[in-house]
Design a protein around this ligand. Structure first.
Ligand code: RUB
Length: 340
């Protein structure tokens, strides 16, 4: 294509959109890899053309999913490391920066896991929601420290990422009880910690994570069960310092309802179903004259008062004081380098 974006970047973007690559940390890692690949394979013949290509690649990756801030944070970090007067220098500085990003990301997760593991006592039961590698890092470090843990794993509709969590925990030999999301409040009686990850953390300490997180957090507060959020600083959302809100991704209604199921709900389904399915942008809520609307938000916002601790690689914070860490890390807000 004219933009010079290499096919590997397009295919990473497709994988993120289709959730073959998912979870905020994995998305950030894949985005950095894709920018390094762009740098490596670029055929740009001038420094300006090279920089333009890298910005176009970043824009392609940025457009995939809106909620996990680790994605723009990763892109920004790599592009800011692009440095040099020749294509060769730009190429090598960009690749080195991407590699450093990936190394730091893995290290931060290990460090966060160690810190988070201190909250977990021998014999504790954790309740999980969705699949978070940051949250699992806390479990892994606790296991490595010789603690025995059990897990109650919420299935996490509609895409059942709880199954990924269950598989990982069973690999580590942790006894797992898999439950429907609806059963969570009942099982809080047997839970010592609700342990979740985050896609974004806002400046006021709100936690944006997989839809259903806020419900379990509110119920946990009512039952006196502490809620622990495991989130590397890459999950901190700089724009929220200046009053921006975090966009919540709306996903396709097909994740909730098949065509047959839709037909079973709507008596007079003939014709209308086909039309509804043919809507151009499948990520938009579809209102048909059937009167049936399906909405499928992928994330929700848990207010800070329902969160006991945000565990980062820089230590654990009460949600209300996360903004001090954000100021330290991000300083003054600036424009995104791919905005031209
Ligand atoms: C994943 C999700 C995870 C966070 C944190 O949502 O909500 O809890 O991304 O994950 P989806 P990690 O499946 O829609 O991407 O700790 O691995 O970054």
């Amino acid at each position: 294509p004219e933009s010079g974006v290499v096919p590997a970047v397009e295919s990473t973007a497709d994988d993120i959109t289709a959730m073959r690559i998912r979870g905020a940390a994995a998305i950030a890692d894949a985005a950095a890899t894709a920018l390094a690949t762009q740098a490596e394979r670029s055929t740009a013949d001038s420094p300006a053309a090279f920089e333009q290509e890298l910005r176009a690649a970043a824009a392609t990756l940025y457009e995939t999913r809106p909620t996990a801030v680790s994605l723009p944070n990763a892109l920004r970090y790599v592009l800011r490391g692009m440095d040099g007067d020749t294509v060769a220098a730009l190429r090598s500085s960009t690749i080195a920066r991407a590699e450093r990003f990936k190394r730091d990301l893995a290290q931060a997760q290990d460090r966060l896991g160690e810190i988070g593991s201190h909250r977990l006592q021998d014999g504790d039961t954790v309740m999980t929601h969705c699949h978070s590698t940051d949250a699992l890092a806390c479990v892994e470090a606790a296991l490595e420290a010789g603690k025995d843990l059990e897990a109650i794993v919420k299935e996490t509709r509609p895409r059942k990422q709880g199954h990924i969590t269950a598989r990982q925990l069973r690999e580590w030999d942790v006894p797992v009880t898999l439950i429907a999301d609806n059963a969570a409040r009942r099982y809080l009686d047997r839970t010592d910690h609700v342990l979740v990850g985050a896609d974004s953390i806002a400046a006021d300490g709100s936690v944006i994570n997989k839809i259903g997180t806020s419900g379990v957090a509110v119920n946990a507060r009512e039952r006196g069960v502490p809620v622990m959020v495991a989130a590397q600083t890459i999950k901190l959302h700089p724009d929220t310092m200046t009053g921006h809100t975090v966009e919540i991704e709306m996903r396709s209604e097909s994740e909730l309802l098949s065509d047959e199921e839709r037909a079973a709900i709507i008596d007079d389904a003939t014709g209308e179903v086909a039309e509804a399915g043919a809507t151009e942008d499948s990520n938009q809520t579809q209102v048909t004259d059937s009167g049936l609307t399906v909405e499928n938000p992928a994330f929700d916002v848990t207010p800070p008062r329902y969160v006991d601790a945000i565990v980062t690689e820089r230590g654990q914070f009460p949600p209300e004081s996360i903004v001090t860490l954000m100021r330290e890390l991000f300083g003054e807000p600036t424009d995104d380098p791919w905005d031209g």
